[in-house]
Structure formats: structure tokens, C-alpha cells
Design a protein around this ligand. Sequence first.
Ligand SMILES: [Zn+2]
Ligand SMILES: [Zn+2]
Length: 443
Amino acid sequence: MSHRLIACEHCDYLHVEEDIPTGSVACCVRCGSPLYSAEQAHFDKPLAFAITALLLFIIANSFPVLTFAMEGRVETNTLGSGVLTFWQEGFPFLALMVALTSILAPLFLIVAHIYVLLPIWLNIRLPGMQKVWRVLALVRPWSMLDVFLIGLLVALTKLTDFAQVIAGPAFFAVCCLIPTVLLMNVTLDPRYVWRRLAPDRLRYPDQDDLKRLSNGSGVSQARHCGLLTCHTCAMVVLEQKDGHTRCPRCGDAVHQRKARSLSRAWALLLTAVILYVPANVFPIMTVTYLGRAEADTILSGVAALAQAGEWPIAIVVFVASILVPIVKIVLLGWVYFATYLGLAGPLRERTLIYRITELVGRWSMVDVFMVSILAALVKLGNIASVQPGFGAVAFCGVVIATMLSAMAFDPRLIWDRAGLARSKFSKRNADEQDQIEKQGAAS
Ligand SMILES: [Zn+2]
Ligand SMILES: [Zn+2]
């Protein structure tokens, strides 16, 4: 073990990398966030999962997902049908988002793993491997096939009451694809891929550098001894005097903190709050059944499921579509507000709250996927049909705005600014902090 330096991405606390037992994860001593998993020498397992996932993905997109039979008429849908229906019905934003989250991002995720892991396994180099792995970090949060499957199950529950619905080969392919992609992700720490993609003889800052830079003063934060963490590959790099630091491993520009993090996070959160009103007032879909049209809002959809006795699905939709967005908005608002004021207090818990909200937000897309599946499948005119509504557009906007807001926020600010409110030198410290954030914005 080379005793490389690792800075926590959530609190900037510096650690020296040590060997840990296989299967375990090293966590930050200050905020508890995961730092790295045990060294992986072999890339064959994640590569095998990626190739299996690609085959399943091809099956999932080539065959019908569901077949819907009613009054002697039969309709089938594929994964792409929802996208096409949204587009034809005049909802290009929804079409784009469903295409991105259920087809394009999952496909890129799988293909990128094969494109990078196969050459590593064969010990050869292909052009653009670093670029692909860099883009992958951006695309990863938008891959939502697992959420799509829950949307599919909700749609299935809603349909079985009044029509015959048969799951097609693609349905089973999606069911197998999700655990395969999950296994591909858990058997691979992206950091080890970055190490293999690094230029030859790249030198990593280590324990000796820390002693030299800190003059033995026992500094705990990377920024206090002129070290920065790359947002893309998480390498700790020495800050350049001219303020234009580039990561020697992945080539991205490195800043001390995300530029204008708090103001961007606030603006996006406010957008989500505003969109939350139309998302609940306007119908997310209109269901026509035997000549009678009925508009469904998010809340009335949950109530209908509960009345039909489908309690487990009703609870899932209630949690994903109503509870998660509200709780996420309130908790993020609290984290931002406490950070803005520079409040001290339970910082570890505040970081944990931020990490959880970052993880759960995507599950709210369930309702959007459900509408896309129903609208594509139920197209029997006056007998039975489903049209998407403006509420679905606003709701999709809420999910995206909260996700982007959490991404824009730099959790290290929670720790940087803590105690500013009570500090004797609060004015000076606050000015110093503002300076750092402005430098990030300028570079
Ligand atoms: Zn930490
Ligand atoms: Zn980097």
C-alpha cells in the first residue's frame, strides 16, 4: 500500500489510504461517508455482468413488455413506446426525460463499462477511455431502470382490474437486468478504474507530502494545506498558484469547492417548490373508460389504489410520489439554510441527511413512468384510453429540479461554514469563505 492521501468528498477531511479486508469499505472518521472499498485486482466480474446486462438490454428493447387485451382488441408496448406516445401527444419534455432515464442512460452505463473494462482486462488501450469514464460519472444518476420497473408494476396493478394483461419477454428481461446492473456496480469501485486509466508513473500525494505541507501542524482539511480533490476522479492534487489546477489523472479542471454552490442549489430548490403546486393541482393523466373520462391527480391516483384494496402498491406510490418530494425539499432546505447561516451542531447527521436525500430523490419518477406505460398501452379510444396531463410534466420537473439542486450543492460547505455564526471572528471567516467560493466561480 502506497499510503496515498484521500480527502472525503463530503467533508474534505484528509485520510491516508490503508489496506482494508476484502469486501469491506473504509469510511470517513469525521462524517461517516464511505471513502473507498477494498482494492480490486480483477475486473472480470463487473465485465461479465456488463456483457450479460447488454444482452438483457437488447432483449428488453426488442420484445413487448406488456400485452393488453380488451373487448377483443390487443395492444402491446415496448420500452420505447412511452417515449413515442409522449412525443405524439405533444409532451416533448416528458418524451425526452423518459428516453434519457429508461433507455439512453442505462444503455450508456452498460456500454461504457464494456468499452473501458474489456481493454483493461485484455491489457490494451483504446482511444477515449478516460473521456468515456468521465462522462459515465455524469450519466450514472440518470439511469433509472429500477424505478421504471416499479412504474411498470404500478401500471400492471392498475390495468389488471378491467382488462387482461400479459407480461411479455421484455418484462422478464427488465426484471433480470436490474439485479445484473446492480451487481455490475457493487463489484466495481470506479476509483480503481481511474488508477488503471492514469498516465504511467503518475505520482500521488502521500503521507510525506502531508507532513511537508502541514509543517507537522496536524491539519485535518485538504484545503488548509493547499490540496484539492478532483470532482470527477476524486484524486487529491496540489493546488496551482495561478488558480488553474488541472487533474493529472482525468484532465478535468479542479476547484476547491463547486462554483456558486449554495446559490445554484437554492435556485433549483425554489424551482422545485414552485413546480410542486401545479404537479399536485393538475391531473397527471386522464383515463377514459367506456365513454366516461376521469382526470387523475397524484393524490387521487393513490386514493384509487387504496380503495381497490391494493395497499402495498398504494403505499409505494404514496411514499415515492408524495412523501419523498416533500421530505426531500424540506430537508434540503434545512441543510442549505443551516449552511448559509453557518450553524454549528450535528454536522455528521446533516451530512447523512444530505447523502440520503441525494440517493432517494430519483424514486419519485415512478408516477411519470407509470403514465408513460399506461398512455402507450391503453389506446382503445372511447372504450379505454389514457392521455398524459400537464401535472406529469410539472411533477417530472420537481424530481429533476430537486436532483439537480442536490448535485449543485457542495456538502463540504456544511463543514467549512460550521460555527461561523457563533465565531468571534465570524465576519473575517465569512469573508474568507466567500472569497473561496468566488474563486471557484471565477476559474
Ligand atoms: Zn467526511
Ligand atoms: Zn480527476
